[in-house]
Design a protein around this ligand. Sequence first.
Ligand code: DGT
Ligand code: CA
Ligand code: CA
Ligand code: ZN
Length: 584
Amino acid sequence: MSTNLELARIFSEIADVLDLTGANAFRVNAHRKVARLLEESGEDLGALARSDPARLREIPGVGEGSAAKIEEFVRTGKVKEHDELLATIPAGVPALLGIPGLGPKRVRTLWQEGGVDSVESLRARLADGSLTGLPGMGPKTLKAIEESLAFLDTTRGRIRLGEAAEVAAAMVAHLQAAGGVIRISPAGSLRRGKETIGDIDIVASASDPAALHRALQQAPGVSKVLVSGDTKTSVRTDRGVQVDLRTVDDAQYGAALLYFTGSKEHNVRLRERAQRLGMRLNEYGLFRETEGAEGTPQSRGEAPVAARTEEDVYDALGLWWVPPELREDHGELDRRPPEDLVSVASIKAELHCHTTASDGTLEIAGMVEEAIRRGFHTIAITDHSRSQAQANGLSIERVREHAARIREVAKAYANRIAVLAGSEVDILADGTLDYPDDVLAELDWVVASPHSALRAEPAAATERLLAAVRHPLVHVIGHPTGRIVNAREGLSPDVAALAKEAAARGVALEVNANSMRLDLRDAHVRICVDAGCAVSINTDAHGAGDFDQLPFGVATARRGWLGTGLCINAWTQPRLLAFARAKR
Ligand code: DGT
Ligand code: CA
Ligand code: CA
Ligand code: ZN
């Protein structure tokens, strides 16, 4: 783990303990903010503490107290206050905060008044009914907690795409550094861009495969070797992630990559097709079937019809190459996938992001510079609205001042990028928006998102979101369900009904690219595409590093067969700006 991430964990744990022990909100938030900043900073702040402590203190959000803690960590490898705070509460209590629906206040009640000191004891106490009657813990609340625990059980063992991608990238880099790699790629569900990953599969060809297998066993973070062999190694990392490496002859690399990318269902379809054509497809290649011959084509030493690349195999089967994200047996062999499938390179606008005005870590100009660096032609600045008090949401007065400041910055950058003055306005529980219409009408761009009341019945959720879609000043519905991958189910609206209405009203539904959200999800995107509804892929950036989340949103959109024609972030600048103005 990098120093920044270690420090981020420390600051975040300090914030948790302070929160649980009832410290004032300002102190709690100050630590959370520094944790976030550490996660997002491209610069090693530990190194900065050594080389230029004065500049460390100039970073917005880093006060003298935080700077001193960073310096202490760099000097001693720990932070005394952190250790002392952790010692004041039972070790299992902070984990309770990870249960959806349990904030610091409820955890404090469960712990201090109910004697709950771990997730396990919470399960036991729910089961024996002994939490009934605790203040604020009515039957409805207790039932909701039980449901959250059950939901967490269903996610057990699968990690989020973002985490898997990070582990896989580090492993691939480590293997490449071992030398002799000819071709290497992640395969499996990771290559297909699924929102959660069971294990990480890597396929490689190399001049010295044994060296590659040794390198995986010795990779940083590997805590256990599960399988060790000449062609396959499986290891587990200290974060509990399994990594499988398979090495093959370079001549068979395409067939192996195809096989281990899956999905299983896609592979079954390919094998059926091969059979109909008098051929046999396996991980070694596509072979001609010989009537009555003993063994496999491979064991008879026959040359494959195709094996070197995936393209060769698809081609020999009379098929187009299918992008990995579409290999789910969702019709990809019957109908040619869109030629203009969205890609990271096709995205030219970020239309939902935050600055220091609400809960971001960069000023307006900093975000604009980052968008330019990413090659974008447009950015919309959309800080939180007034109901989001914990995210420093803007009052009516502040949103007006902020819009004026954004327009000044826009002028300064006019010949390089279009900067829209916007807001991420809350969709309140009753479907109305968090600012009056006259305020929204003054903005260039409006993303409307649900942030609270995320446990509503499906019918109520649909009505609530439909109301926002019908609002004449709204451009995009942000993270429409509010789900958090592996942590919160969120709303279950009728997405087909939303997509139909959004298509009719010229509103886009968002794919929030943050790998914690991926909301809309892949199946929802497919519904939008079928309804002809526009989709907007945004990173919801709160700092420069968040722009790196884009590939996860793009993968999700590709899994939903989204072409650039329906993706407003892929439109030309004139077309996108006309879309913005059409709502004004
Ligand atoms: P995951 O790891 O649960 O997120 O999902 P996958 O798709 O990565 O599945 P995994 O790791 O079990 O296997 C990777 C790919 O290898 C899978 O998509 C298809 C192929 N594969 C692995 N084992 C089998 C098998 O027993 N039969 C077939 N047909 N294909 C397999
Ligand atoms: Ca896998
Ligand atoms: Ca696997
Ligand atoms: Zn946002």
